[in-house]
Design a protein around this ligand. Structure first.
Ligand SMILES: [Fe+2]
Length: 246
């Protein structure tokens, strides 16, 4: 468990109405994936709630730099260079230190490095597409990457995912994992995406859109996007999964 001060403000229970229903036919695979029977709760096992402990010793030097972490020596990934940063916050706005944040994404052409990927856009030999970091004492995280491209996917006749980065945030146990996606300010594809449209609350969608932040750019190098991840409460980030073990 984190050595956090005791809760001093009322706990805001998760608003289940805020989540999309599991069955959303506009997102075709939800038809087969959605549960057919009532859900059951399972108690987390001791190993799920007590481990693992993530330390900086698990991180490689370039884990938070997707531009170079898969590239050949002296080479770099192709694409718009960006810096993504923000904080992992609890419902009081207090930063959460020591949280493992993982991210994965398509390359600049919208293609994933995955054996089941079928999109015709080319692989970038210098781009792997995943990385990780651990939040600092203020809950802050930062990584460098290239802006992912949008990609088509088999759903309707012409559905495209907006440019996005997948995020996973671990707490202090395997049973504390939350997963979400980050989108980019100003992208018109966000509002016509069948997956985004399963989210009923417009503010929940807006909470997934990283703001272009020209104050934190690296001049002549990369623009910055700011994405805070709020774990609980009224301003909580929308997560794709429930807390596991709950
Ligand atoms: Fe994706």
């Amino acid at each position: 468990m984190r050595n956090a001060p005791p809760e001093t403000t009322p706990f805001f229970p998760r608003d289940r109405e805020w989540h999309p229903p599991a069955f959303t036919p506009g997102y075709k695979t939800s038809v087969l994936r959605s549960p057919q029977r009532a859900l059951i709760s399972l108690e987390g096992t001791k190993s799920e709630v007590t481990g693992p402990v993530f330390g900086h010793n698990i991180l490689g030097e370039f884990d938070n730099d997707l531009i170079v972490n898969y590239a050949k020596p002296g080479e770099m990934a192709i694409g718009e260079r960006i810096l993504v940063y923000g904080r992992v916050l609890d419902e009081r706005g207090v930063g959460i230190p020591g949280a493992l944040v993982e991210f994965w994404q398509a390359n600049a052409g919208g293609r994933y490095r995955h054996k089941k990927e079928t999109y015709l856009a080319p692989l970038d030999p210098n781009f792997g597409g995943c990385g990780r970091t651990i939040t600092d004492e203020n809950g802050g995280y930062v990584f460098k990457t290239i802006k992912p491209g949008p990609y088509p996917w088999p759903n309707g006749v012409n559905d495209w995912r907006p440019a996005h980065i997948h995020f996973s945030v671990f707490g202090h146990g395997f049973a504390q994992r939350l997963i979400t996606q980050m989108y980019f300010e100003g992208d018109p594809m966000i509002w016509i995406c069948p997956i985004v449209k399963t989210i009923p609350d417009e503010n929940a969608i807006k909470g997934l859109i990283a703001a272009l932040d020209m104050n934190n750019t690296i001049p002549h190098d990369m623009r910055a996007y700011k994405f805070d991840i709020i774990l609980r409460g009224r301003r909580s980030t929308f997560f794709e999964n429930r807390k596991e073990g709950n």
